[in-house]
Unconditional design. Structure first.
Lengths: 285, 76
């Protein structure tokens, strides 16, 4: 038989199988709380020192895993550097080249040498913790494997955004002088009343940069994991094996899209940090 | 209307209407970027970098709507 006939046979057979699945009664009804998946529950209880609760929650565990992965990978790549790179070294060099020429050199006019280490390490950290979030790790209820990511927690992303915020203004003040830096937030040629208004608008926009930088990463990662959880949970809600087969297929596609999103979000976080720091170093007005 | 029903309805409306604007904006922006790359392929690197910056800034608006919807469902 020809190959085309086999393909058609396969399609018809899978449709018939799927139709048969419609006749099978679903499993027993189950209550699902999707919001509970994203509560950072405490894994190891530690004492509270002053205002800080030192307990290791799910988010902290993911942070430590990401840290461990980055440290081990750095040591391995540092010990096995070769002049003729293998596949692994080639991948790491591609990431270096992306952060160096793709992000820092193409966006920052001055200060690329000084700020490349920060931008590069933020990129690698966000990328690694986004990708680790796509591997089910046994930190769920009763040590079940579950999806979570350190960057799907607002405190973690707010901390990263706060680093960028502080570095932006510290770099701007160090290079341009404190008075000159804040004075340049409004164009000197503007009329006096308008100038104050522009200055206030600029100050508000600086605060909103901090909010948008942290909420963007957090909401993207949380939305991706929530969609995956909804796809898994819908199979239980519909109580039908036929729906479950379709939804599992759909969740594979969403998963592939999430890998893309993990990369894009790391890229956007790093490039926006570079844009903000570069903008504070070379003020336009 | 029941309070629970109003919360869920509000969350759905916030996400749906909130996704309209950024969707239009993203479509317009990526379309224009592809147009300019097709016209002048030698500047594709620069256009792509700036396009990603624009995507990040535009997409944040939809994510604010997402956060508002989450707050309506789980916190309010």
């Amino acid at each position: 038989m020809k190959r085309k006939t086999w393909v058609w046979l396969f399609v018809v057979a899978s449709l018939v199988l799927w139709g048969l699945l419609l006749l099978v009664p679903g499993g027993k009804k189950q209550e699902i709380q999707i919001a509970k998946e994203f509560e950072p529950e405490v894994l190891v209880k530690l004492p509270t020192v002053g205002p800080f609760d030192l307990s290791i929650t799910k988010a902290v565990a993911y942070l430590l895993v990401a840290l461990g992965v980055i440290v081990v990978l750095s040591f391995v790549i540092n010990r096995t550097l070769k002049t003729h790179p293998g596949r692994f070294q080639y991948a790491v060099e591609a990431i270096y080249d992306l952060t160096r020429s793709g992000i820092v050199d193409s966006v920052m006019k001055s200060g690329a040498e000084t700020w490349f280490p920060y931008i590069g390490s933020v990129f690698v950290f966000v990328l690694v913790s986004n990708l680790i979030g796509l591997i089910p790790l046994p930190f769920g209820e009763h040590h079940q494997p579950s999806f979570y990511a350190a960057t799907a927690n607002l405190y973690c992303t707010a901390g990263l955004a706060l680093c960028t915020f502080v570095f932006t203004h510290a770099a701007g003040m160090r290079k341009n002088g404190v008075v000159h830096y804040f004075g340049n937030w409004a164009p000197p040629s503007a009329p006096p009343v308008l100038k104050q208004l522009i200055w206030v608008i600029h100050a508000v926009s600086e605060i909103f940069r901090l909010v948008s930088l942290s909420v963007r990463l957090f909401a993207n990662m949380l939305a991706g994991h929530a969609i995956l959880a909804v796809f898994f949970a819908m199979a239980l809600i519909f109580q039908s094996y036929a729906a479950a087969v379709l939804l599992q297929g759909g969740s594979v596609l969403i998963y592939l899209f999430e890998i893309f999103v993990a990369f894009i979000q790391a890229f956007i976080f790093a490039i926006l940090s570079a844009v903000y720091i570069g903008g504070a170093l070379d003020q336009e007005h | 209307m029941d309070k629970e029903a109003a919360k869920l309805l509000g969350a759905g409306l916030a996400m749906g209407i909130g996704a309209l604007g950024p969707g239009l904006g993203l479509g317009l922006m990526i379309g224009k970027a592809l147009e300019s790359i097709a016209r002048q392929p030698e500047v594709s690197g620069d256009v792509r970098t700036n396009m990603f910056i624009g995507i990040g800034v535009t997409e944040a608006v939809a994510l604010y709507a997402f956060v508002v919807a989450l707050i309506l469902i789980f916190v309010a």
